[in-house]
Design a binder for this molecule. Structure first.
Ligand code: GLA
Length: 733
């Protein structure tokens, strides 16, 4: 049984194939955290819940009739920490009572264990059949405020992954306000040997990897921008100081939420650790009348003792199989050509058709028409919200263009930025109250646009109808759903003062509702998320769109850093990556077309340049890349990723490989970032079957998996900086 309860010791043990998570109903029914890490045998682990002294600095719960009359929360590892009653570390739960005080304290009441995984109504989450996962619900209660708190734990037995979320029901007869309801709280007995990893960035340099020792105090990453954002990803990891790509302890935490989040790791003065993750309490409050409840988003937790690589591979499998869904989940994605960097706003139907025609001759399968096809949109200054085809640009309308593109044997995709409204738009002139705003304060402008109030049903209905009209007018296979500004002055004209602190979260719930509605109406639609590049690359989006445009920086060398960080938890099949023109539009660098292709191949793959101006030689390279995409698709998209050389290591090279699940083939990519004299490098491969022999299709060499992994593959430096190499290995016995 993946989840067991031992009644005598009141210990819960939650196991996957490789991990154990243990907690106990302790003294006075407080839920204590005992252990999270590599699988351990069934045993009574009560000894981990030590009870120790009390005194001026450790206020205690006192129960005169108890065997041990004192219990200090701040000296224990608590399962779900509460505010104001003796646990002085950061709290997961804080509830403002009708008394005006925010003292919160929960104790165990009951639990249930069942096969499968419940849905979280109205929110994205991982999903599972009854064979794939087992769930534990622990009901706790604050006996003073009357709040009932249910902690949900699901273990995915085969993955070494588990998920958590919490829900709070007001079971009292007075209103209460939730100030903080985080999704997970994990205490560690000893965090002195740990590094803190997170992914930071900004537009055009998203998810950059950073690792530093955890120090005393709290280290956190967060968003208060209304979306998960470029600045920090809702992902953190703790790993042992000695953890490498392939060995050592690695704990990964990722929030299935696309709004304001907080992810923190705290080390107390005794070296104990606490990880918290959930909706950012700053800017959040949720009002509960008697009988009402609130449910947090889900946090995904992964542990591996096979280092960061092991951790990432668990995330990848879980997300590919149990988070992404719909028609495109495991279907080969079309190679696309997007016209953005080819034309920006300057295009008409003939230009698009010419690009599509050139693309169709090279093996590209879908044309995506980016920003600029609607209203009076000729620059970023106007027309967001006016989702009506601009027939001056697209003469004959959308239907005609799509038909012509389809006639070339290509699919057609289209860009929207539904959540936004330009100041200069018919929509804003008609409905200024539909934009987020607060009374009496000027609205901040960004990219000449405001944000629509997605908490409003009328706004969502308008957007759905607009998108539906476009979808029904032509054969559209794909939508790029963009989002290009940060939320400010977050207030809703429809809600009273007591609900304004809910708007950030209501916005996110409204967005989820619209996405769900769209996918229900168009189940075959391939949705790609985008937010000024990869500003919203988070697991919540992957529930709706199985691919996300990773960054507006399309330079192959910059992409090494971006895609390396992204791969910490997000699978290759979700990473939007395109080949673009040189000199690169973002950084001005010139890299070989081969390298641009090899790097974009570690993603959903496509092109973003004017194909009508390619030389014959370039056309041949593109044709070969498209053929390779199909040839290596399975191993790259369904295989296991092994990061061989980090681009951060010494900034001279980067390498990674994919190995098919049955270890019968592998695909290696090696990029020279900065060439050095006499470059001759042995890169040690990983993940192969040591007992199998593999043929390197490029060199003809046949060596055992053991040799490839221990002695390495020799890569002779390329002629220049930015050269790349790919090698395909197939098992020969
Ligand atoms: C954002 C996206 C780009 C492009 C532009 C269009 O910046 O990230 O890919 O779609 O918007 O305005």
């Amino acid at each position: 049984m993946p989840i067991q309860f031992f009644p005598e010791s009141k210990v819960f043990k939650l196991d996957t194939k490789t991990t154990s998570y243990v907690m106990q109903v302790g003294q006075y029914d407080y839920l204590l955290h005992l252990y999270y890490g590599a699988l351990i045998p069934d045993a009574e682990l009560g000894y981990l819940a030590y009870t120790c002294g009390h005194g001026a600095h450790f206020p205690c719960v006192e129960m005169s009739n108890a065997e041990i009359p004192y219990f200090s929360k701040s000296l224990h590892r608590m399962e779900y920490s509460c505010n104001g009653c003796g646990d002085f570390r950061p709290s997961a739960l804080s509830i403002l009572r009708s008394t005006g005080t925010a003292d919160t304290d929960i104790q165990y009441v009951s639990h249930k264990i069942y096969a499968g995984k419940p849905k979280i109504a109205g929110q994205p989450a991982t999903y599972a059949t009854e064979d794939e996962a087992t769930t534990l619900e622990v009901l706790c209660k604050d006996h003073v405020s009357g709040a009932e708190v249910t902690l949900f734990y699901t273990v995915f037995e085969i993955y070494g992954a588990m998920t958590r979320h919490a829900s709070v029901r007001n079971a009292s007869d007075k209103a209460m306000d939730l100030k903080s309801v985080l999704s997970t709280c994990v205490d560690f007995h000893d965090a002195t040997d740990m590094d803190f990893i997170h992914l930071y960035g900004s537009a055009c340099k998203e998810r950059l990897f950073e690792r530093a020792p955890l120090i005393h105090g709290t280290q956190s990453v967060f968003s208060k921008r209304g979306y998960s954002s470029h600045i920090h990803n809702p992902f953190i990891a703790l790993c042992s100081h000695d953890a490498t790509e392939e060995s050592g302890d690695a704990y990964g935490f990722n929030l299935v939420y696309t709004g304001n989040f907080l992810a923190s790791a705290d080390m107390d003065s005794d070296g104990g650790g606490r990880v918290l993750m959930g909706i950012n309490p700053e800017g959040f409050s949720w009002h509960l009348e008697p009988g009402e409840s609130f449910t947090s988003p889900e946090a995904v937790m992964v542990y591996s003792n096979e280092g960061l690589g092991g951790m990432s591979r668990i995330f990848h499998r879980l997300y590919r199989n149990n988070l992404c869904r719909g028609a495109w989940k495991n279907k080969k994605r079309p190679i696309l050509i997007n016209n953005w960097e080819a034309t920006y706003f300057k295009f008409d139907e003939e230009k698009l058709y010419d690009i599509a025609k050139a693309a169709s001759q090279l093996g590209i399968e879908m044309l995506v028409m980016d920003d600029g096809w609607f209203g009076t949109r000729n620059s970023s200054r106007s027309a967001l919200g006016d989702w009506f085809v601009n027939e001056e640009k697209l003469k004959g309308g959308l239907g005609k263009l799509v038909e012509r593109v389809n006639g070339l044997g290509m699919k057609f995709g289209i860009w929207f930025e539904p959540e936004m409204v330009s100041r200069d738009s018919d929509l804003f002139r008609a409905h200024p109250e539909w934009a987020l705003q607060t009374p009496g304060r000027p609205m901040s402008i960004s990219r000449h646009q405001y944000t629509l109030d997605m908490s409003r049903a009328d706004v969502r209905d308008y957007l759905f109808d607009c998108i539906k009209k476009v979808m029904d007018s032509a054969n559209i296979a794909y939508i790029k759903w963009d989002f290009n500004r940060t939320l400010t002055e977050v207030g809703s004209a429809l809600l009273g003062p007591d609900k304004q602190q809910e708007v950030f979260h209501r916005y996110v719930l409204g967005l989820y509702e619209l996405l769900e509605r769209l996918l229900t109406a168009y189940p075959e639609l391939l949705l790609e998320g985008c937010a000024s590049g990869g500003g919203r690359f988070d697991p919540a989006w992957l529930y709706y769109s199985p691919q996300f445009w990773a960054s507006d920086d399309t330079d192959a060398i910059e992409r090494l850093d971006i895609q390396y960080g992204t791969s910490m938890c997000y699978p290759t099949s979700t990473v939007g990556a395109h080949v673009s023109a040189v000199p690169n539009h973002q950084v001005g660098r010139t890299t070989p077309l081969k390298t641009r292709g090899d790097v974009a191949m570690a993603g959903t793959f496509g092109y973003e340049l004017d194909l009508t101006v390619l030389t014959d030689e370039e056309k041949e390279i593109v044709k070969a890349q498209c053929a390779d995409y199909h040839k290596y698709y399975d191993v790259i998209h369904y295989g296991d990723l092994y990061r061989l050389i980090s681009p951060w290591k010494d900034r001279t090279r980067c390498a990674w490989m994919y190995v098919s699940e049955d270890k019968s083939e592998a695909h290696v990519t090696y990029v020279v970032i900065r060439k050095r004299v006499h470059e001759r490098h042995f890169v040690r491969l990983a993940g192969l079957d040591p007992s199998k022999r593999y043929l390197n299709e490029q060199t003809g060499q046949v060596l055992s998996g053991k040799t490839w992994m221990n002695a390495g593959m020799c890569v002779q430096g390329g002629p220049n900086d930015f050269t790349s190499f790919t090698f395909h290995l197939v098992a020969v016995d």
